[in-house]
Design a protein around this ligand. Sequence first.
Ligand code: GUN
Length: 298
Amino acid sequence: MTAEIIDGKAFALSLRERVGEVAAAFEAKAGRKAGLAVVLVGEDPASQVYVRSKGKATLAANMLSFEHKLPVDTAEADLLALVEKLNNDPSVDGILVQLPLPSHVDEQTVIAAISPDKDVDGFHVTNAGRLAVGQEGFVPCTPLGCIMLLTDRLGDLSGLDAVVVGRSNIVGKPMAQLLVQQNATVTLAHSRTKNLPEVVRRADIVIAAVGRAEMVKADWLKPGATVIDVGINRLPPADGAEKGKLVGDVAFAEASEVAGAITPVPGGVGPMTIAVLLRNTLVAAHRNEGIAMPDGAL
Ligand code: GUN
């Protein structure tokens, strides 16, 4: 058997197009564009790449992008003052502070300072709580993107066995909450789980979000399972190569022989994150202006 490849890149492109259309309609109704503020502290190369692509994608989706680049030695108090300014700026609907932050800044303190109604990353404890009790809020972009890919492929998830491997606040925990909301039967597994291969083998849906290159093997999978690979890991460079290959948390080639459908790395979950960030920002803008989102658009 050879798995169907779930094309997250194509899905994300189509979501970004729909966001762009709804954003144009929002501008016509509200008399202003939706706006996303992104704050980058320091010069981490990977973060610089992310921030640049977020900015471009925001503009391409008919929204405003406000980029704030601060030096690596910015005091926590100055960062908190900027967040407060953005909280009070009516042209800013969403605020994203790029992580990781330099070690002298406490990430939780900064996240807690973001208004929960502008927290389009869904990292604030208020939004984590809202998700846990089923209230309207913001859901972290990566797990929400995974749910979109899953429901697009499988439709109703009711009664399906889902195993999430990895318990981070950003992916694993919200992923488990979302799957429960979709009526799946959910196991949240992690590095201390006993007999992990056996646990994963029960799953109709596997979400791999542990950050360990190619950990999930073909013989861990139930034949026909839908596999969503959130991992992005760089292997050591092969002889003579400058950079190692990017791989997920699933051993893709062998897993494709057993799974029913699988996301590739790159080109699977990755592109969904920015598309969902734009979607969350547009939702925030509609809420801020008291304008209803068009039904079923996003
Ligand atoms: N760093 C890497 N991914 C993300 C993300 O989705 N949000 C934020 N704030 N920082 C990140």
